[in-house]
Design a protein around this ligand. Structure first.
Ligand code: HEM
Ligand code: MYR
Length: 416
């Protein structure tokens, strides 16, 4: 029997509730309807919301969902860029995704770990005894890492400019009014600069190492064998530069966890690799960052007796799935050891999306994120000592992305 009765969130439009309820919007309704699937209305259209492991498995079925036209226009024009990998499907997506995944070799990951260690040491040399805003420091450190690792031509004098343009893209994408427009202007400026870089690489006015992303992307051919247009290369280079800097949000929450759960840091002393990893995984599970991801129904289908209509916008709740009590015992407790027994399913722990890397839209930078955080955690636990002065450690659940209000300030920094 076909039910066709996906629970309906009554009312004309719930966009304002998303702004009010933030990371809890989907969870709140899922609890109210006692259902991991329900339908609501956002930005003037019907939207299906999904939460949990089984529903994540459905969402990442390429036969059932596509990404074309799925991301809201304002997110595309700021965070993602137009023509990038996030909006591609099928063969075109697999080919473009391979361009990203070819950079994620063991050697390249080791290199980014070393770069992170070096840049934290550079950032802190000379700053001893002073107060440090960890979020701002992380953005500088990771901007240097991002520029160096991708092979971007840049001078230390340009650093502040890059920090600002790249941060605007993820800090202000979900804002409304002037901040959102600031993000749009940063995208235009960054893309224009990168288009010139690509042109210079192609006509050999700029020499870049061949194994760097700037070179690889500039000479990448699409599935028809044609070079990508320079704008698309710029968008994809920003899909590396921007999120590497965005890891600063996790760095900040990691420091908050060090402050709030000191008993969980004891095992981290002297860098036991597994313990570092469990702590980082728990930071990525526990704290809010990327709220949900979007797709559209590819063609009419029926699943578990529910009717899905071609074209329907569908949201998968990433934060909610990471806090689903059916998957995680005491989900609101910070407990890194839970990852000792985690089975590694692609659908239950999805802070950076789920499913597969190569043929799905799972985050291309998940390994980089883990390695950068591991090097950073080791640095903050085993290389330096510091105090946490009085500050507001609270964070909001309806600011997207969320951040500790004080941005985490540390003082009296000294080497161990
Ligand atoms: C995709 C989150 C870091 C590159 C995604 C998706 C999410 C995400 C939620 C979409 C998954 C989906 O729609 O199914 C994050 C978070 C990060 C992060 C929270 C922490 C800062 C990175 C890094 C890189 C990166 C460091 C690159 C170095 C990408 C790319 C995609 C992507 C290229 C598009 C993949 C595709 O469409 O196939 N990320 N990401 N991300 N991410 Fe990340
Ligand atoms: C990145 O830069 O790609 C990494 C993380 C950025 C997170 C920014 C949070 C805003 C997400 C808005 C909702 C997206 C709906 C498709």
């Amino acid at each position: 029997m076909i039910k066709n009765n996906i629970p309906q969130d009554k009312g004309l439009d719930h966009t304002l509730q998303v702004l009010k309820e933030g990371y809890h919007f989907i969870m709140n309704r899922s609890e109210k309807f006692d259902s991991r699937i329900f339908e609501t209305r956002l930005l003037g259209e019907k939207v299906i919301c999904l939460i949990g492991k089984e529903h994540a498995g459905l969402f990442y079925d390429n036969e059932k969902f596509i990404r074309k036209g799925a991301a809201p226009g304002r997110i595309q024009k700021t965070l993602f860029g137009l023509g990038g990998v996030q909006g591609l499907d099928g063969r075109e997506h697999h080919h473009r995704k391979a361009m990203f995944m070819s950079l994620m070799t063991e050697d390249k990951l080791k290199e980014i770990t070393t770069m992170t260690q070096v840049e934290w040491m550079n950032e802190f040399s000379g700053l001893y005894q002073k107060d440090v805003n960890v979020y701002e420091a992380a953005k500088r450190v990771l901007t240097r890492v991002a520029l160096r690792w991708t092979g971007m031509p840049s001078e230390e004098d340009d650093l502040e400019k890059w920090v600002n343009e790249l941060s605007n893209l993820f800090e202000n994408t979900a804002k409304i009014g002037p901040k959102h427009w600031k993000a749009r202007s940063s995208r235009t400026k960054a893309e224009d600069f990168l288009i010139e870089v690509v042109k210079k690489v192609r006509d050999q006015r700029l020499n870049v190492e061949k194994d760097r992303a700037v070179y690889q992307f500039s000479w990448h051919c699409d599935s028809q064998g044609d070079l990508l247009d320079p704008h698309t290369v710029a968008v994809e280079l920003l899909n590396l530069l921007r999120p590497i800097v965005a890891i600063s949000v996790y760095v900040d929450f990691m420091l908050l966890a060090i402050h709030d759960f000191p008993e969980e840091t004891i095992e981290l002393k002297n860098g036991n690799d597994d313990e570092l990893k469990y702590f980082i995984q728990e930071v990525r599970r526990y704290y809010p960052f990327f709220p949900f991801t979007t797709a559209r129904v590819k063609r009419d289908f029926i699943w578990n007796d529910y009717r899905f209509k071609k074209g329907r916008l569908t949201l998968l709740d990433l934060y909610g799935t990471n806090h689903d009590p059916a998957i995680w015992s005491s989900p609101d407790q910070f407990y890194p050891s839970r990852f000792e027994s985690w089975q590694g399913s692609p659908f239950d722990f999805i802070p950076q999306g789920g499913g597969e890397f190569d043929i799905g839209h799972r985050c291309a930078g998940e390994w980089i994120t883990i390695d950068i955080l591991k090097a950073t955690l080791d640095y903050f636990i085993n290389r330096i000592k510091y105090d946490f002065p009085v500050q507001d450690f609270d964070y909001s659940m309806n600011q997207i992305p969320s951040l500790p209000k004080s941005r985490i300030v540390i003082s009296n920094v000294r080497n161990i």
